[in-house]
Design a protein around this ligand. Structure first.
Ligand code: ST9
Ligand code: ZN
Ligand code: ZN
Length: 333
């Protein structure tokens, strides 16, 4: 079958050699799943989320107008906080914990969990659980951000309503023992609220105020709230834009697309047609560091001995996929 052909060619890079290893099954698309017939359950709005997301975005716009009054150091700090929180999502909960596409040592996992709390996108366990159902049941009722329900739903709407019961039902059948066995993941889950208050909001605000005398409101609204909202939207664009706009050189039968603009803002996560075709590739792309600072980061961690066993896909497997399922738009440039 298709998956077997793919898995046969999966290798992990270990001192330059490839070794065969069966990939995790929990993120492999299940094409046998059929949605239940009959009317869809009613939509239940969650007003607490609607109000807090609206306030966050108004605050982020206010942060934007405050930019001219911020010091250069504060702006550099904002960029740094964006990059750290971004890595907590891309290298952390996405490529490591959801897909197990490489292995990370304890100090690296501690850093990634810290960075993940700075991004405040639900704890690692919950994010990875939702993400595995997203890959396994893409574009169905069991996909938490099913893009068939529209751009807005896939972008942020899904966080403002109760989940479709199929998301929970299918999610409960997933194998999550690897996450439960990871002490760093469980520690972050236990102390999640406190970690978010301190790392996502207090730290970004207090550093510029304490170290270079930035005003508290500039520090709160720019590296705090505006940066948080920007990382959220960069992430959400992968679910919305990269499931709607772009080419499908690897598999024209699925929704996810290659979208360079999304790849840029999401630190390498916009090669989404490739990613859904080969979810176990640590680089989420076949083009290395191109528009992909997250891959450069993981490679650096391997160089430093803090990570290992990066899984990749062989060129032959990729080419076979392109030939059999691609939309004909494939180019290497
Ligand atoms: C946020 C997440 O923004 C963004 C994720 C984006 C993913 C992107 C992926 C793209 C690829 C990677 C690209 C990275 C790019 C990064 C770029 C960086 C520069 N399975 O959820 P509840 C059960 S978060 C199994 O409350 P409701 C479970 O028992 C933003 N079971 O359901 C659960 O209890 P527990 C900030 C499941 O009531 C129970 O149901 N956060 C599953 O329907 C209740 O779960 C917010 O805004 C499952 N999948 O509420 C909060 N799901 O957890 C948003 C549920 O204890 N969330 N169960 O085990 C909420 O308020 C609620 O979840 C809700 C639904 C209202 C949306
Ligand atoms: Zn996707
Ligand atoms: Zn993924």
């Amino acid at each position: 079958s298709e998956t077997e052909t793919v898995t046969q060619h999966v290798g992990k890079q270990q001192n330059g050699h490839s070794v065969a290893e069966p990939p995790m099954e929990e993120d492999v698309f299940d094409d046998t799943y059929k949605e239940k017939d009959g009317p869809k359950p009613p939509i239940k709005l969650v007003w607490k989320n609607i109000i807090s997301m609206s306030l966050l975005h108004i605050s982020a716009l206010y942060g934007l107008i405050l930019i001219p009054s911020a010091s250069v150091l504060t702006l550099a700090w904002t960029v740094l906080c964006y990059l750290i929180s971004g890595l907590g999502i891309t290298a952390g909960v996405h490529r490591l914990w959801s897909h197990r596409s490489y292995k990370a040592s304890l100090p690296l996992r501690v850093f990634l969990a810290f960075a993940n709390s700075m991004a405040f996108q639900n704890d690692i366990y919950e994010w990875a659980r939702d993400h595995r159902v997203h890959h396994k049941y893409s574009e169905t009722d069991a996909d938490p951000h099913n893009v068939k329900r529209g751009f807005f739903f896939a972008h942020v709407g899904w966080l403002l309503v109760r989940k479709h019961p199929e998301v929970t039902a299918k999610g409960q059948k997933l194998e999550l023992s690897d996450l439960k066995a990871d002490k760093v993941v469980m520690f972050q889950r236990r102390h999640y609220k406190l970690s978010v208050v301190t790392i996502c909001f207090l730290l970004p605000t207090l550093v510029p105020w304490y170290f270079w005398g930035e005003s508290l409101d500039v520090a709160f609204f720019i590296p705090g709230l505006m940066r948080y909202a920007m990382v959220l939207n960069a992430t959400w664009l992968v679910n919305s834009a990269a499931h709607i706009w772009g080419n499908r050189p690897y598999d024209k039968t699925i929704y996810p697309r290659e979208n360079r603009m999304v790849a840029f803002s999401a630190m390498g996560e916009g090669f989404h047609n490739y990613h859904h075709a080969f979810p176990f590739d640590y680089s989420t792309s076949e083009f290395g560091w191109k528009l992909n600072p997250t891959s450069a980061f993981i490679d650096l961690m391997c160089f430093l001995g803090l990570a290992k066993d990066r899984k990749t896909v062989s060129k032959e497997t990729i080419n076979a996929h392109i030939k059999r399922r691609g939309d004909g738009s494939y180019t290497t440039s």
